[in-house]
Design a protein. Sequence first.
Length: 167
Amino acid sequence: MAQRRVGGLLAAACVAVGTSGVLAIGLLAPPTHGVRPSHHLASRALHHDDPITPVARSPFAAVGPPESFVSQNTGPPVAGEATVSGCSAALEYLNAYAAPGFAFECPGFAQGHQAMTTCVSVTSPCSGLRLIVIADPCPNAYMNEASNSWALIGASDAPLDPYGSCA
């Protein structure tokens, strides 16, 4: 029973404080006498000699989004600077940096390798099949395959596996 009384008193106190806060805001608001309603501003073009009274801004008006001091990492890392292992990091990186048209498998069977890029050519480089398979989703493996995909379609002269193997 004592807890209900305390809870009721706290609720009443919060309501009272909230109400007084609203009243305080109302008392601190700038006066509006002498300020014309917005419909008079629209008719200004008809009365060029009619002065416009400036509208006072509330000191409580929002100025912009609140500042954040926490760094938010959104999106993939810079190309060639990945540091996170795992299939979700690998797929995010490949989606951002691999050549267009490649499908990704992670985890997948890379025929005993950490990763591989498969390209089947029919009429032009990689016109038949484009596939990147990641068996070990370490940063070097998926960064290599993103780079290799561009080399295999002939859009880059980078060497194969420029980031070396995973440690």
